[in-house]
Design a protein around this ligand. Structure first.
Ligand code: 26Q
Length: 765
């Protein structure tokens, strides 16, 4: 976008005056933020967009967008110009670092949706997002006495200058007990320096009729008032569960609200353009981001029949339009709904689900494994697989598991339906924006082509040795910045010459933050015994939110915070190690952590992490992986070389076999240091008024499936490889590995991913 400094500043001034009676020099940061954003919106939305023959709609309950302002300015090609213009009048973009993240997502799945929108726009692929405008996003996390506390996430605190409410496109969503108005808020998605603007449409729920005082006075209004209350409640808050299913009716309402509003909107536009409904597949396709929006299938069937199609005709259209991405192997995350509850709330939708079940049986699919409705439970994944054209996993190993286990019977039936599309991340936010110094260094060596063709990073390979000094200097500066930030926000001092070992992701037992924690206690004991004089000083950095109802995850947070207090408070030890669990880990925190890390911990039990995308972010920022052969780690090793990373642990094929005879207590007998570490959970070393740590220990040693995620089993190999990594740290050999990972990160661009989706599934343009 061309940038005219004077015009920009005069727009900002005009908006400040009109909206806030303010002037640039004295406007508050919030006022300036809104005025700058609106000024950019005005200009950016002037660009005319081409009309496409066919568009894809990405249906997702989550879009974890993070902060918009910096990435929008970057993509519009005016980041430096806008900063320059503001500097000339004594202001700076820096003060927008306090703007809230749009955290309308939990973790990987939501952030992936955000990366895909950005990449699709950057690749000129007509992809639009459809989601929910939660009033409160993922909770804000603080620690009190080491325990996680949750507060509401008021993400609109500074306003929402990047959205436009489109009242004329409002629709009514009908539930059996109430009608709700859905109002869309459109957020433009700017492609990287290409003039493309796609759209993210987030629906907000409102009462259909404003509060009726007359009726209320006649006592008829009480029910209406209740309905109005329920209507607004639908979009109140994002459910904070990641990889776990919660069977809450309000969540079901949210899901239906999202898909019904979106499909009504899309069909209305399709008809208004003069097309016939039977031709929908020529103009539209829908990507279902996991099972959360799968009610879109029966809803489309219902809508098409309400326009006069037969069920079979509607089914034929739906099966050409829908595609389904699975993001998880965990049984507890596969969505199931109670059939009675569903039919109570959405009888017409339920009828369509029953019709699908009947059709499936009429086709002769008599195996219960295929059933959409079985024992009064609706299996959303089966509905999705049955109707979709394509079903995809998100990394090679994951798609393999879908074919051989999760959906093995379906795969036998429809082998061609299944495809793999390995996840990716946008290199704009995850390198250009979060590490401009490193980006400049790369530009200087190989030009700027990698900004839009990430595989060009491989041109760095011959320069790896030459680049080492600059790379070290930049990494050091990033570590200093992060240390200052952590000192300010967490009150913990991290010397920048320590190794920064980082594990940031949602807290889940399968991700095994506990494995990392035990290794810290193992090193701690060695230091205490005086056996680790040559232990390289290391800062163990954690960031993770636990679902508020996930007891064991919260226990792990408490445990690590207790370890941090023990280690950081011990003068003998804190010369060798520090531990910090940062509060409220989110996209903006990730941007700071990823470019300052020396070690990327990706240590899930093999077969559990569908892909992971954090692993890719660290790799792209020149960080080696300490990880298992799980998810996309496998492909990271393929691309960058196993020898350039630090791989340990049981493989997927070994896990099943190990579990047959596994006895965690036996492991402890052969490993006294590990035994001590596990005992420390309950021996009084740590305060445990609530008995959380005791339960954590119980989950490892007793119950019907002790140590489900093989933490103790993998421990010896983990520590062996970790010690080797810590020993190699700082050598040229180590830094070369970092850069070779960076140079091999091309495959993990979300540009490649969305192009794969387009080539194999959407077939747009
Ligand atoms: C389901 C029902 C009710 C309430 C919540 C949920 C729910 C919410 C979020 C279930 C699952 C999720 C999120 C799953 C997720 O983030 N999966 C991750 O997806 C990433 C992108 O593909 C992968 O990289 C990760 O490996 C995978 O864990």
């Amino acid at each position: 976008m061309p940038f005219d400094k004077d015009q920009f500043l005069s727009s900002v001034s005009r908006i400040l005056r009109a909206e806030y009676a303010a002037e640039i020099p004295t406007a508050t940061e919030k006022e300036l933020y809104n005025a700058v954003s609106r000024a950019v919106m005005e200009q950016a939305l002037e660009q005319k967009q081409p009309v496409h023959a066919k568009r894809c709609a990405y249906f997702s309950a989550e879009f974890l967008m993070g902060r918009a302002i910096f990435s929008n300015l970057l993509n519009l090609g005016i980041l430096e110009e806008a900063e320059g213009a503001l500097a000339s009048v004594g202001r700076s973009l820096n003060c927008f670092e306090d703007v809230e993240d749009a955290a309308l997502g939990n973790g990987g799945l939501g952030r992936l949706a955000a990366c895909y929108l950005e990449s699709a726009a950057s690749c000129d692929i007509p992809l639009d997002g459809y989601g929910i405008r939660y009033r409160y996003g993922l909770f804000r996390q603080t620690f009190e006495d080491g325990y996680q506390h949750e507060e509401g996430d008021d993400w609109l605190k500074w306003g929402d200058p990047w959205s436009i409410p489109v009242e004329r496109d409002a629709v009514v969503v009908h539930f059996d007990d109430l009608d709700v108005k859905a109002v869309p808020y459109d957020m433009p998605i700017f492609g990287y320096k290409n003039g493309v603007v796609n759209n993210l449409r987030l629906w907000s729920s409102e009462a259909v009729q404003p509060f009726d005082f007359a009726a209320f006075n006649e006592m008829k209004g009480e029910r209406k008032a209740e309905e109005n209350f329920l209507a607004t409640k639908i979009c109140d808050v994002l459910y904070p569960n990641d990889n776990t299913m919660v069977g809450k009716i309000l969540r079901l309402r949210q899901q239906y609200f999202l898909v019904s509003a979106s499909l009504q909107d899309i069909l209305k536009k399709h008809l208004a353009a003069g097309y016939a409904l039977k031709d929908l597949p020529a103009h539209r396709c829908f990507q279902l981001n996991d099972t959360h929006p799968v009610l879109a299938i029966p809803e489309l069937l219902r809508l098409l029949q309400s326009h006069g199609m037969t069920f079979e005709e509607a089914f034929a259209v739906a099966s050409k339009c829908f595609n389904f991405t699975n993001h998880t192997i965990l049984a507890e995350a596969l969505e199931k709904w109670d059939a009675l509850a569903l039919s109570d709330l959405l009888p017409d939708v339920f009828e369509q689900i029953v019709a699908c079940q009947n059709r499936l049986e009429a086709e002769g699919l008599s195996k219960e494994k295929y059933f959409i409705i079985r024992d009064n439970v609706v299996h959303m994944a089966n509905l999705a697989v049955y109707v979709s054209s394509k079903v995809n996993g998100v990394a090679e190993i994951h798609t393999g598991i879908l074919k051989s286990e999760t959906f093995a019977d379906w795969y036998e039936l429809y082998p061609k339906k299944f495809v793999n599309i390995t996840n990716g991340i946008t290199p704009r936010r995850w390198l250009l924006l979060n590490d401009p110094a490193l980006a400049k260094l790369i530009d200087g060596k190989i030009g700027e082509g990698w900004h839009t063709e990430l595989s060009e990073l491989k041109k760095l390979k011959p320069f790896v040795s030459e680049l080492l000094p600059d790379f070290k200097r930049i990494k050091r500066q990033n570590k200093e910045k992060l240390a200052a930030y952590i000192k300010e926000h967490e009150g913990v001092e991290l010397p920048p010459d320590f190794i920064f070992d980082v594990q940031v992701k949602r807290l889940h037992e399968y991700k095994r933050q506990l494995l990392n924690a035990f290794s810290i206690l193992y090193f701690y004991q060695k230091i205490k015994r005086g056996e680790a004089k040559d232990f390289p000083p290391t800062a163990f950095i954690f960031g993770a939110k636990a679902a508020p109802g996930y007891y064991m995850a919260k226990a792990v947070i408490k445990f690590i915070n207790e370890i941090a207090a023990l280690v950081n408070g011990d003068e003998e030890v804190n010369r060798y190690m520090r531990v910090v669990f940062v509060q409220n880990y989110n996209v903006s925190y990730a941007e700071k952590l990823v470019c300052a890390a020396d070690i990327s911990e990706q240590i899930s039990l093999a077969g559990m992490e569908a892909s992971g995308t954090g692993n890719m972010k660290f790799m792209l920022n020149g960080t080696v992986t300490l990880g298992t052969m799980d998810g996309a780690n496998v492909e990271i090793c393929e691309e960058a070389g196993k020898d350039n990373n630090y791989i340990f642990g049981a493989t997927v094929d070994e896990v099943a076999e190990i579990k047959r005879y596994y006895c965690p207590r036996e492991i402890l007998e052969t490993n006294p240091d590990l035994k001590r570490a596990v005992e420390m959970l309950t021996d009084g070393t740590f305060s445990d008024e609530l008995g959380m740590l005791e339960k954590l220990q119980g989950s490892l040693l007793s119950g019907h499936d002790p140590d489900r995620y093989l933490v103790l089993y993998d421990f010896p190999d983990y520590v062996r490889v970790k010690e080797q990594l810590l020993k190699e740290y700082g050598t040229d050999e180590y830094y070369k590995k970092c850069l070779l990972n960076l140079a091999a990160a091309g495959k993990f661009s979300a540009d490649r991913s969305v192009k794969d989706y387009n080539r194999l599934i959407w077939k747009l343009k």
